[in-house]
Ligand binder design. Structure first.
Ligand SMILES: Cc1cc2nc3c(=O)[nH]c(=O)nc-3n(C[C@H](O)[C@H](O)[C@H](O)COP(=O)(O)O)c2cc1C
Length: 187
């Protein structure tokens, strides 16, 4: 069984909805199971008892939510010091209003989370453009579910944009299953 921890923060429910779509995708894969938690509640023991991590953030001023960075610095840094998570699996997703209609910082938000996951030695799972639903919210780093219309009306994330989010969860679960228990990296 591959255990996937979905870690997120959400003030208005959009990222929570996307996180629930990720969970649905993970649970659709035979042999995989998802746990959903806000970053403030994730402990080092949670990290050690899971095989893969999918982290989702609302875009805040072009960055990840501060509570996710706090989790990285407070919980993950000790695991990083001891190389405890090397060879496990990671992926990211975001939601944002898209200020400026150009993604509003979603790409750099995903890249900064990706960078933290690379520091931990995780196998990073991208989002290939052939993934069903990619046209409605896909970026190569992960899915981006826009929660506002082009005129910035707060519409919430659409059903269409959540399809690729769900498929990203399934992809990561399959990679976690394929790599679980294997010593892939030199130490
Ligand atoms: C403090 C703050 C800063 C934000 N900055 C951005 C931004 O830089 N770019 C963007 O596209 N959306 C920005 N947004 C909009 C949120 O990313 C968007 O509404 C998101 O879907 C909210 O997720 P949530 O419902 O999970 O809290 C910001 C929202 C807040 C509250």
């Amino acid at each position: 069984m591959a255990k996937v921890l979905v870690i997120y923060e959400s003030d208005y429910g959009n990222t929570k909805k996307a996180a629930e779509a990720v969970v649905e995708g993970v649970n659709s894969v035979n042999g995989a199971t998802a746990t959903l938690k806000v970053a403030e509640e994730v402990t080092a023991e949670d990290m050690l008892s899971h095989d893969a991590y999918i982290m989702g953030s609302p875009v805040h001023m072009g960055c990840m939510d501060w509570r996710l960075k706090q989790f990285i610095d407070k919980v993950c840094s000790k695991l990083w010091m001891g190389d405890k998570l090397v060879g496990r699996v990671g992926g990211v997703f975001t939601t944002g209003s898209g200020f400026g209609s150009a993604g509003g910082g979603c790409e750099i938000t995903m890249l900064s989370m990706y960078n933290n996951f690379a520091e931990l030695g995780l196998i990073l799972v991208p989002l290939p453009k052939c993934t069903p639903g990619y046209k409605d919210g896909g970026l190569q780093w992960g899915p981006y579910a826009r929660s506002a219309s082009p005129t910035m009306e707060q519409t919430g994330t659409s059903k269409e944009s959540l399809e690729v989010v769900k498929n990203h969860g399934a992809n990561i679960a399959r990679v976690a299953l394929a790599t679980k228990g294997k010593e892939l990296f030199c130490r």
